[in-house]
Write a protein that binds this ligand. Sequence first.
Ligand SMILES: O=P(O)(O)OC[C@H]1O[C@@H](O)[C@@H](O)[C@@H](O)[C@@H]1O
Length: 502
Amino acid sequence: MIEDLRVPTAKVASAGPLTIEKKRAVTRHRRVQFNMLGNQLAIMVNSMETEIETSQFLTVDDRLGRLIPLESSELTGSGETLSELMGSIRPLAFEPELVPKVWGGYRLLEHAARQQKTSDYSSFVGGNEICRIGESWEISGVAGKSSRLKMVSRHPAENGQPEIWTLQQLWQKFGASLAGSSFSTQPTAEQHPEFPWLVKHLECNDWLSLQVHPAVIPGCDSGGLTGTTPLRLFNPDSANKTETSKARVELPGEFSGKNGKFEFWLVVETAIDSEIIVGPVREDQREELAKQVEAGAREYELLEAGLLTRLPVEAGQWAILPPGSVHTVRGVTILEVQTPVDVTYRIDDYGRRGSDGELRTLHPREAARAIRSGTGLPQVSHSLLWDSHSTSPVDQSTLHEQSSRLIRHITAPQDPFQIRFQKLGNDLQILNLEEMTVLCVIDGELELIWKQGTELLAPRDVRLLPVDLREVSLRSKGESVSILLLTSSSSLGCNSPPSVPR
Ligand SMILES: O=P(O)(O)OC[C@H]1O[C@@H](O)[C@@H](O)[C@@H](O)[C@@H]1O
């Protein structure tokens, strides 16, 4: 039987993370886990030996249903600068967070286990049963899902436990060390600046939902949720596994406008049947696509109508998906960079059921609205999407070859972030950090050298390079290494393409 969970109120921000204000997260001898299943909050009650108490506010990590402390920039004993906090300034590594998905696989899980030299996979899924993992969040400042810094602080908290910093906390406290003073990282009355990028690895073993992301998250756009909704409790001990609580989630009537979700995908690995579906193919199809989506059209109908196109994909191709682009993909692992908006509207999910056994929710109305307010056509590299006579800006990247190095600028200056792909040889290259940079290793081994240290990075390793590092040196350990560099749009227009001096 489920005991009194004493959940007073929960505020839902979009369909994403919940913030629950409560003094006791746990009933006697039971651990309570929270999970967003579709549009419902599920609460899972596990028998536990010990009681977990917290006097803090909690946020709900809706990926694995774990409770995590609410973000706070009020950590104590932490030093005044990033350098003091960490002993010295260095590239920042974060704990990857694995997210179960119906379309996922086991490669991200295997990779995480290899990294930590463990064969206990269950530790990566919160002690739950091993399941398909679709996403590994590498760099995130998204509220309630902010990445945890791998390094332990030099200053243990008073209770002797090392402090665990999240990226969002670092961003708010040491924003200038990370990004320079041009970035505003302090909250104002109107806004609470989030870390500007979200970096994930995706393993899409099966098709993602056919989906679209919004250009703007308008008022009342709560992913289909309005008013209040009863909490659904998942209880593994009860016969029908679920019970309904009297507690209700209070949904805000309005969300303030927020910039939408712009996505970049680099295809890293493919299978035999790797394919991508995107649309609209032409601007003049946007309204028709929106109409059919609103009327509940399935993927095959949209393909038959020529409103979407289906293409084979290979490793090394990339896709640029501005808000309002309809897309899905299968048979790939992907490095994904996006603006930090965790809102997806599903058009078709091929009748799949989520971990709760229920059909995953579709959002035809919201999806149609997102398509109408789209800000550009989806682009897939290598001119695969449009034929060579087309004037569409299929491949807007510019290519520079310098001896053993190859540099490709993928994004356009007006895009919300800048992506640069580089292939390096084993001669030393100096990267001047004029702005905060995220470094992702795609293929090969990379030696990363900075003033006080050096580190050997492998494929799928991701590091945040604070601007205070000033410069790092890069060198391939083998014949060559492929890396992706992510920077902001701020300095773009002026010094594009940025130089990488020897
Ligand atoms: O709604 P599902 O199918 O789970 O897909 C959701 C996922 O879609 C992908 O395209 C990306 O946007 C991911 O960041 C997102 O989490």
